[in-house]
Design a protein around this ligand. Structure first.
Ligand code: PHE
Length: 455
């Protein structure tokens, strides 16, 4: 989409931004990081981070995006006199590039699952067999690489054509459909034997389960699911007309995102406990639990198929946003370069993603810092680069852009009061940066070290 182009409708922007936000983060990642990170306490922390840090940041990205009316790199240049700040945009572009290199691997798994349904492979297996089948599917280098390529191919095709607007129309049907299907799934899950143990795991906090690392994961997760810290929301907001109500858009996106994550958790954990599985199974969690839950429903495989298609759609709309900002930054919104750049970017992402794709097969034993390639890239993106980007954006918005400009931009299209503005500004200026720094330092062991000094 070029700079002059704008979203078709008010809803169009919300759907596109929500499309970027809702994806693998809420549906695939949330259940497994919550499962590993301590269940209810993790969920609560995730909510706190989302409201106290994520919401102000999302609004901040919207404000500077619409004000700058430019690509992710130039926006920062335009709003200050120091060109160094454009590094934030470059960091975001790099982060999205790395992110899509493993995101597309999981996108590929969804495609393989869709194909497998047609072979009847999921019919009537035992729980262990579902887990084993998934392991088998993702260990095959040739099929997983091909599926990753197909996922990227669809993404590139859509972004190269600049037809995201067509996606607005599809989103209007797909998003509500996903929501409805999820509700059906949750109802089935909740009626499984022993389901309440799963609900309790997700909703009742036990703070003794939290570690420094799980706190960092909750922080990373809240940014990840809202596509924050990488200037995606800045770029999407640059295509916005002035009449859009920014706070209202931010709140709708956050609410939708939390609802989806909650539904994903309520669909998965009852199954995990009912089938006696481990909640900390990691990235494979939903792929081994969901087929078993669907299998217990009448016409289960049809519903499973519908679910996977919607899940794929959700992952794709997030992937579009990642490629969109890379392309917007590289072409500086010049239409004639769009096609070629998009294809080159797509190919590079595929090449960089190959080791992540093979991490569940031939490269399973190759580890760096005790992590496979897949886990390492995921960790670096979600728990280091995104919070770092978020920190820099919070500093930029609150300290480098004049307060009057922010207030004026925020007021366009909304009747926000001065006190709302002050609270938002305070959160962004002090709370967000301090919280991110504290969580980082905590993980680096600084506080334990200080504690030891005084004991
Ligand atoms: N928010 C997306 C998801 O949850 C991931 C994403 C992160 C997309 C950053 C764009 C930028 O799946």
């Amino acid at each position: 989409m070029s700079q002059q182009e704008q979203w078709k409708s008010k809803l169009g922007f919300i759907l596109a931004a929500a499309g970027s936000a809702i994806g693998l983060g809420a549906i695939w990642k949330f259940p497994y990081v919550a499962g590993t990170g301590g269940g209810g306490a993790f969920f609560l922390l995730f909510l706190v981070f989302t409201f106290v840090l994520g919401m102000p940041l999302l609004l901040g990205e919207f404000i500077i995006g619409r004000r700058g009316q430019s690509d992710p790199v130039n926006t920062y240049r335009k709003l200050t006199d120091n060109p160094k700040w454009s590094l934030i945009g470059k960091l975001g572009v790099f982060t999205c590039f790395m992110l899509l290199s493993f995101y597309s691997v999981v996108g590929g798994w969804i495609i393989l699952y869709i194909l497998k349904i047609f072979t009847g492979a999921f019919n009537g297996l035992t729980q262990d067999q579902y887990g084993a089948l998934f392991g088998e599917i993702i260990a095959n280098p040739l099929t997983t690489l091909t599926a990753q390529l197909v996922f990227l191919f669809i993404t590139i095709l859509v972004v190269a054509k600049g037809v995201q607007k067509g996606i607005e129309v599809a989103s209007k049907v797909m998003m509500p459909a996903l929501l409805i299907l999820f509700i059906g799934l949750v109802i089935r899950s909740l009626s499984l034997e022993g389901a309440m143990d799963g609900v309790e795991f997700l909703l009742v906090p036990d703070f003794s389960k939290l570690t420094s690392e799980s706190i960092l994961f909750a922080l990373g997760q809240s940014f990840f699911t809202l596509s924050l810290g990488v200037s995606v929301m800045v770029t999407y907001a640059s295509y916005l007309p002035k009449k859009q109500n920014l706070p209202q858009s931010a709140i709708s996106i956050i609410a939708l995102n939390i609802v989806i994550a909650l539904l994903a958790g309520l669909a998965i954990f009852p199954g995990v406990f009912s089938f006696d599985l481990e909640p900390n199974a990691g990235p494979v969690l939903i792929f081994s639990v969901l087929p078993a839950v669907f299998n217990q429903m009448p016409f289960g495989m049809y519903f499973f198929l519908a679910f996977l298609i919607l899940f794929l759609f959700a992952a794709l709309t997030s992937a579009f946003s990642m490629v969109e900002i890379i392309v917007a930054a590289v072409t500086k919104n010049k239409q004639e370069k769009r096609k070629k750049t998009t294809w080159i970017v797509g190919i590079l992402i595929f090449v960089v993603g190959i080791p992540s794709c093979l991490s569940y097969g031939v490269l399973a034993d190759v580890k760096l810092f005790d992590k496979t390639f897949f886990d390492l890239v995921d960790f670096a993106v979600s728990n280091v680069l995104m919070p770092l980007g978020a920190l820099l954006i919070a500093i930029f918005v609150s300290r480098k852009v004049s307060k009057d400009v922010l207030y004026e931009e925020l007021r366009q299209g909304s009747r926000i009061s001065q006190s709302f503005f002050s609270i938002w500004y305070f959160l962004l200026k002090y709370v967000t940066p301090i919280a991110i720094i504290v969580v980082f330092l905590d993980v680096l062991g600084l506080f334990k070290w200080i504690g030891k000094l005084f004991s």
